[in-house]
Design a binder for this molecule. Sequence first.
Ligand code: UDP
Length: 820
Amino acid sequence: MAGATRNVKRSDSIADALPEALKQSRYQMKRCFARYVSKGRRLMKNQQLMEELESTMDDKVEKSKLMEGFLGLVICWTQEAVVLPPFVAFAVRQHPGIWEYVKVNAEDLFVDEITASEFLRFKETIYDERWANDEDALEVDFGAFDLSTPHLSLPSSIGNGMQFISKFLSSKLSENPKNAKSLLDYLLVLNHRGEKLMINGFLDTVSRLQSALILAEVFVSNLPKNMPFEKFEQRFQEWGLEKGWGDTAERVKETVNSLSEILQSPDPVNIDKFLGRVPAIFSIVIFSPHGYFGQADVLGLPDTGGQVVYILDQVRAFEEELLLRIKQQGLTSTPRILVVTRLIPEARGTKCNQELEAILNTKHSHILRVPFRTETGVLHQWVSRFDIYPYLERYARDAASKVLDILEGKPDLIIGNYTDGNLVASLVASKLGVTQGTIAHALEKTKYEDSDVKWKELDPKYHFSCQFTADMISMNTSDFIITSTYQEIAGSKDRPGQYESHNAFTMPGLCRFASGINVFDPKFNIASPGADQSVYFPHTQKHRRLTSFHPAIEELLYSKQDNDEHIGFLADKRKPIIFSMARLDTVKNITGLVEWYGKNSRLRELVNLVVVAGFLDPSKSKDREEISEIKKMHSLIDKYQLKGQLRWISAQNDRVRNGELYRCIADTKGAFVQPALYEAFGLTVIEAMNCGLPTFVTNQGGPAEIIVDGVSGFHIDPTNGDESSNKIANFFARCREDSSYWNRVSTAGLQRINECYTWKIYATKVLNMGTIYGFWRQLNKEEKQAKQRYVKLFYNLQFRNLAKTVPAVDSTSEAVPVSS
Ligand code: UDP
C-alpha cells in the first residue's frame, strides 16, 4: 500500500521562506542547530526546541528580535522535531489542521521540504531503524481515496461538515441534471416496513416528479392550513405521492415547495430543510459494548462512566425528536432505539446480565445486551476495554442478527461510541449498508504521550496496536463523526486536536499512517451535548425547586462541624459562594483554585469558597494522583488559614441533589468556577449555567467554546492564578455596586445554553446528519465503495492478526454452553 503524496503547496510555504530567514540569522542559527544535534538522535518537543533556541543567545535584544521574527515563529509552530545528525526534521503546524514538514541540514542550513511519510520515516529511525529503512514497510494512505471528495479549506470551518455538504450537494445537483435523478432514486426507495413513503414507482422520472409537485402545491395552497393529511391523502396518491410530506396542509405545502425549489434551482437552505423533513430515520442502533452498561448501580464500575450518562441522555433526546418528526411527517409509526452493549453474566448486582431492559423515561427505547462468545461458550466476566479486541468480530455478527430480529429489519442509522463501539458499528453498518456515525469522547492515542511510536512498550498492557488500528478503520468507514467541541477535532492555536493527531502518525515495526484522517474532511461535525434539563434548571423556577433537599444542603454547606463528608466552615453566611465540583485530579486544578483564593485577600473578603471533590482522607483513595491532591488540599487549608471561608465537601454522587446544590449556590448570588489546566468539554459548566450560575471557565479546552468571554460568563487562565482570581473578584465587586449585574450574566449564560447547548439541539443536528450523509453516501457511492474495499483489506490483513495477539481471558472455567 504505497503512499501517494499530496502536499498542497501553500503560498506562504515555510519551506520557501525558511532558507532566507536562516540566512539572515546564520550565525545564531548555526549555533542553535549545533545545539539541537549535539545530543545525537532524539525526538524533541516544542518546549525543548524553544528552550534551546533561547539559550543559544545571550544578547537580550537579539534574542527578542529572533523570537519575534519568522524563525521564532516556525519553532513556536513546530510540534516536534526529529534529530538525526546532521539533519533536523520539523513537523510545523502553522494553523489548526495545517501541517508542513521540513528538513534542515544543521551544517549548511540547507532546507528541504519533505512529505509526511518522509517525516514519519525519519521519526521511526529513532525507534526501529531497520523497519524505517525497509522500502516495503507497511504504509497506509487513506487519503489516497479522497482525492475527488470535496474538502473544507478554512481551519475555522472545521467541524461544520454538514453545512459544507449541503452546499456541495446543491452545486452537484445544479451542475449535472443526472444528479437530480439520484435524489429521485433516494426518494423512491424510502419506505417504512415495506410501506412506501413520499413518492411511489409511478414518479420514475424527474420531470414526472416535478409535474406532480406543481399539481400538489397548487392543490394544498387552497386548503385550510391545518387540514390533516389523511383528508387529502387519496388525491396525493393519484399523483404518485405517498405519506410523509407533512401532517397538515401547511406543512405538506412547505415540504413540497422546498423539493420543487431544489429541482428547479438547488440551494443549500432548501436542501437542509427538505432533507431535515424526509422520513428516513425511524430506528437507531447505538453501540457501546464495553463496560457495565445499565441505568442503576453501574457508575463507578470499571470502564463505566461518562459514556453511559451521555448515551442515556442522548437516547431520550433522540426518541423525543423522532416522535416529533414522525408526527410532523404525518405518520403514525413508532421509533425504535436500541443501545447495544455486552451481556455480562457476572453482573455484580447490576442488570447487565439481562438481555433487554427498557430505558427509563422513554417509550420505545431499550438496552439490548449480547454476550461475548468464544469457541468454548459465553464469556462470563467483565473484560477491560483494553483487552476486548478478540471478541469484537464475533460480537458484531451476533449483535447484527439480534438487532435484525428485534427491529424486524435493518436500522436506519448506526452510531458507535469509543473504539470498540465504533469498530463494531463499522462492521455492522458496512455489512447492512446503513449510514454510520461515530463518537469517540476520548481518543486514547492522545492521552499517553508518544503512545504511537512507543506502542511496543505499551502493548502488553494496553494493546494500542489494536486500538489505534481500530480507530483508523472506523474513522475511515464512518459517514460522519460527531464531536462535542472544535478542540476535539482540531485543537487550538497551540495544541493539536485529538483527531488532528491521527492525520499522520506511525507505529514503527507495525504500520505507518501517511494519512490517517484529515480534519478538513466534511464528515466532521460538532454537536455538543446538553445537560438533563429536568435535573439542571434555573434557580428562579421556584415551583420546580426540590425543597426537600434543602435541610441536607444547608447542613452540607453551613454546619460548623467537620466530619467524613466535609471540612472547613463558612463563618459569614451572607457572602456569595464561589463553587467548583470535579474529580480531584491534577488536571482539574481544584487545588489551584483553592490556592488562588487563599492568596487573594480581596476575593476572600468578597466571597466564600465551596469545593466538592474527591475524598477528604488520603487513606480512602487508591489513586496516587488523587492522594497527592488530597494532601495538597489539606496543606493549602493550613497554609492560608482557610477555615471559616472555605468548605471542602467530598465527591457527591446524587445528580438530582447536585442540581439543587447548584441552585442553592445561585441563591447566594455566587458563581461556578471551572479552573482545569485542560478540559475536553466540561459538563459541569453546562450544568451550572443551566441552573443560572454565572460561570468562570478555563481558557484551555472546550469550555472556552461554551462561554463567550464577558458575555455569557468569563474565561480564566489556569496558568495565571493572580489574573484569574482578580477577574473573579472584579466580578463580585461589580455585583456589589450594581445589583442587576449578576442577573444579567446569569441570564446571558442561560440564553447561551438554550441557543447552543441543549440535548434538543443535539438531537436535531444528529438526526439531520443521518439524512444528509445518508443521501450523500448514495451520491458518492463509487468512491465510498472503493475506500471501503481498502479499509476492509486493512481490517482483514492487519486488525484481525493484531486482535489474535491479545491474550484471551480464560473463559474455560466460566464458560457456559452456547445456546444458539
Ligand atoms: N460529578 C458529580 N459529583 C462529583 C464530581 C462530578 O456528580 O463529585 C459529575 C458532574 O456533575 C458532571 C460529571 O460528574 O456531570 C463530570 O463531568 P465533567 O465533564 O465536568 O468532567 P469529567 O469528570 O467527565 O472529566
